[in-house]
Design a protein around this ligand. Structure first.
Ligand code: FES
Length: 105
């Protein structure tokens, strides 16, 4: 089974089983990780912001316009910022590493 790795703000790693065609945000919320996802995955709140591990960033589909706009207003932006509700898990993303910025405590 594919997996997805979240690095929490305190540096600890949590690995979860990845469900195909399910967003990374849904994996975080369903596993009790500190990620608000206030809009429920509608790309309207940016509270699901994550930093993608640099080695994985270019393996993701590019951000669409609405996501790119939302990324302009996040706290703790980075060159690898993405909204986790826009990242759908696929087999090619097995082992994907996402870091929760310090705002997620
Ligand atoms: Fe709101 Fe991702 S959950 S933008």
């Amino acid at each position: 089974m594919s997996k997805l790795v979240f690095i929490l703000p305190d540096g600890t790693a949590q690995t979860v089983a990845a469900i195909p065609d399910t967003s990374a945000m849904r994996h975080a919320v369903d596993n009790g990780l500190p990620l608000d996802a206030d809009c429920g995955g509608e790309c309207m709140c940016a509270t699901c912001h994550v930093h993608v591990d640099p080695g994985w960033f270019n393996k993701l589909e590019p951000a669409e316009e609405q996501e790119a706009d939302m990324l302009g207003v996040v706290d703790d932006p980075s060159p690898t910022s993405r909204l986790s509700c826009r990242i759908l898990m696929t087999e090619k993303l097995d082992g994907l590493v996402l870091r929760l910025p310090p705002t997620h405590r």
